[in-house]
Design a protein. Structure first.
Length: 673
């Protein structure tokens, strides 16, 4: 009979051990690791791949989960610095459930760095336990001796003055008396400063915040075409004429005057009125068809003026408290000098003709896109960077960037870093009406502000969902800029609703978002006729022809725009997006939301907007006082900044009603009674 024997086998990839020994699979650390875990830090954009956004003078709020095994208390600190300066440190405070918070106030534009560290707070743990034992009457002399030893360790790391106090505390404990020390701040301070932090638990790397000047975070933009007139004359206006328009814009309280491209316009395939492919001799063409024999992206259209006129316009704007912004559109007309100087920067079709721009079914025969996938791409990138630097040299540091999502993301990351290296004050508004991930990616790469989908969010549900997302998920890196209209966007709402809908959309844009803007004259006067039903293009669009605007019409919305901007300047709550919160209503045509701010003084604003101004609308608003930093049950005064009325309101249900012809809503400044 054959007997089968079981033989021992070894796993080839596992080390064999000798008798009395165990296999060591992983190396042990050189020093004892910390018991403290630091994770869940905010702000953190893609795990620290990109900087979060901050503002000079506004605290950067940092939070993190900091915890350890067992019963011991932990302590946490926020460390931060500007550039490569020495680290500064602030204590972080527990919020509950192992969450800690702290903050720092950046005082300069540029890149700031921060990290979070934590450690076992042995002395603090002992003090807390000793207090509990003392209250229960079970604090023993041995407990006090343990405390004395911990205090001895802290005193050895303290300075002379603190050392004396700590030695007195240790002596008192050794003598068997807790005396006053358990409730004294001396031990709290000693636990933080001198209690011993080794080994230290750390985040594992750092996070960054790009800090902008305040205008990047809160701004009101006004766009106009400088070639059109406001004096009733039928002529091509100039940049010198544009100076005369600045007083009106400043009176309306806008911060930034934005001009579409001011460069020479191509002749080849020039578009006529209403985007006609057959232009006449008198047609002026689209400003976005950039370049002719008169120059390209660093030239001024001869009919507008000269570079000196640009500088005078910049200075005139600054004198009025305004800032001039230019449109940067990286595309060319077929007549742009680059086509002769750098033909490799463009695409050509099999028949030898150049590839013009298309967005099927739309065709833009007057525009040639730049081909970024060419062998001379480095020279192209440098040339495009130099366009920005050229206009910055003329005194312009705010730009609206046309369609950045049609250019490589890595290009923008490089270019923005190049601009910031010498001109960190530059503001870049991304005109990226594209899919959400692409819009968000551009914001992460460094664009200061981003156009949003606000124009197409009409219902209360749509607005609530969208702006809640912007104020929570994207708030660390994306600054929304809400525009109810642009030269390309005339929504169905504006086409059909008349001036009351224009007023409603202005109120929403100016209060939902810290940044907002209007395509000025068209919005002031309620321009609402489309080129055809189902299109968002304007009839007689200013993109293709000169217009004569008469801004002094009685039906103008200018007074409302001015009032909205004045209210924004008066209320810190409206100059940021982080505290936006929505309050329930029992009528879907009423949208209620609030914003709060704690600096320079407590500021609470509650907006209630009538989304259907053509009809009577009333209903109950359920005011959530905890969202307004008000105590539960606390009543308050609600002063309407638009209508002037003052109401005595309380928490919970409050009634509102709007009639046709009323202001589009309430902007209520709240004060506790």
């Amino acid at each position: 009979m054959t007997v089968a024997r079981r033989t021992a086998q070894t796993t080839p990839d596992r080390p064999r051990s000798h008798a009395g020994e165990r296999a060591v699979v992983h190396d042990l650390p050189d020093t004892r690791p910390s018991r403290v875990v630091v994770e869940g830090v905010r702000p953190s954009v893609d795990g620290g791949r990109f900087p979060a956004k901050g503002v000079v003078g506004t605290p950067v709020e940092v939070s993190a989960d900091v915890f350890a095994d067992g019963h011991d208390h932990v302590a946490a600190a926020l460390r931060y610095r500007y550039g490569t300066e020495a680290w500064r440190e602030m204590p972080m405070h527990p919020l509950g459930n192992d969450r800690y918070s702290g903050g720092f106030r950046p005082d300069r534009i540029g890149l700031w760095e921060f990290t979070v560290v934590g450690w076992i707070d042995h002395l603090g743990t002992w003090v807390a336990d000793a207090r509990t034992k003392q209250e229960a009457g079970v604090l023993t002399s041995v407990d006090l001796l343990i405390g004395a030893e911990l205090i001895d360790g802290a005193s050895s790391r303290a300075g002379d003055g603190e050392r004396t106090e700590l030695q007195r505390a240790a002596r008192s404990f050794r003598e068997g008396s807790a005396d006053r020390w358990l409730d004294d701040e001396v031990l709290e301070r000693a636990a933080w400063l001198h209690g011993g932090r080794r080994p230290l638990g750390a985040l594992g790397g750092t996070r960054t915040v790009w800090v902008d000047r305040p205008l990047a975070a809160c701004s009101a933009w006004y766009e106009f075409f400088p070639r059109s007139t406001v004096d009733g004359s039928n002529r091509h206006a100039t940049l010198a004429d544009a100076i005369d328009r600045l007083d009106h814009i400043a009176e309306l309280g806008f911060d930034i005057v934005y001009l579409p491209p001011i460069h020479p316009i191509g002749e080849t395939n020039r578009k006529g009125r209403n985007n006609s492919v057959a232009a006449t001799e008198t047609d002026v063409g689209s400003p976005w068809a950039i370049g002719s024999s008169a120059g390209g992206h660093t030239a001024v259209h001869p009919d507008l003026g000269t570079l000196e006129d640009v500088k005078r316009l910049v200075a005139a704007a600054q004198e009025r408290g305004l800032e001039l912004a230019l449109d940067i559109a990286f595309q060319c007309s077929p007549d742009h000098p680059w086509l002769q100087q750098h033909p490799e920067w463009f695409r050509y079709r099999p028949d030898g003709s150049i590839q013009y721009a298309e967005n099927p079914p739309k065709r833009y025969e007057d525009i040639v896109p730049i081909h970024f996938e060419n062998d001379d791409w480095k020279a192209l990138w440098v040339a495009l960077r130099d366009v920005f630097l050229f206009w910055i040299d003329q005194g312009i540091t705010a730009f609206r960037v046309d369609n950045p999502h049609t250019k490589p993301f890595r290009f923008w990351e490089w270019l923005i870093a190049e601009i910031r290296a010498t001109h960190p004050e530059t503001i870049l508004l991304s005109e990226s009406f594209t899919r959400p991930r692409r819009l968000e990616a551009l914001a992460k790469l460094g664009f200061s502000q981003s156009y949003t989908y606000f124009a197409w969010r009409a219902s209360g549900t749509e607005l609530t969902e969208y702006f809640t997302e912007l104020a929570t998920e994207a708030v660390d890196y994306l600054r929304p800029n809400a525009w109810p209209n642009t030269p390309d966007i005339l929504t169905e709402q504006l086409q059909d609703g008349g001036l009351p809908v224009f007023a409603t959309r202005a109120l929403l844009a100016a209060t939902l978002s810290a940044n907002w803007g209007v395509y000025g004259p068209a919005f002031e006067l309620g321009e609402h006729l489309p080129i055809r039903r189902g299109s968002e293009e304007y009839l007689d669009s200013e993109k293709y022809q000169l217009r004569r605007w008469k801004l002094d019409q009685p039906r103008s919305l200018a007074p409302l725009l001015g009032r909205l901007n004045a209210i924004r300047r008066a209320h810190a709550a409206l100059r940021q997006d982080r505290t936006l919160a929505f309050h329930p209503t029992d009528n879907p045509q009423l949208l209620a939301y609030s914003k709060t701010a704690g600096e320079p003084a407590p500021d609470r604003v509650l907006c209630i907007v009538n989304l259907d101004p053509a009809n009577s609308q009333g209903g109950w608003v359920n005011v959530q006082t905890h969202l307004l930093d008000l105590d539960d049950g606390q009543s308050f005064w609600a002063s309407d900044e638009l209508g002037g009325e003052r109401y005595g309101w309380g928490p919970g249900r409050n009634y509102v009603r709007f009639e046709p012809g009323d202001p589009p809503g309430h902007i209520l400044a709240l004060e506790p009674r």
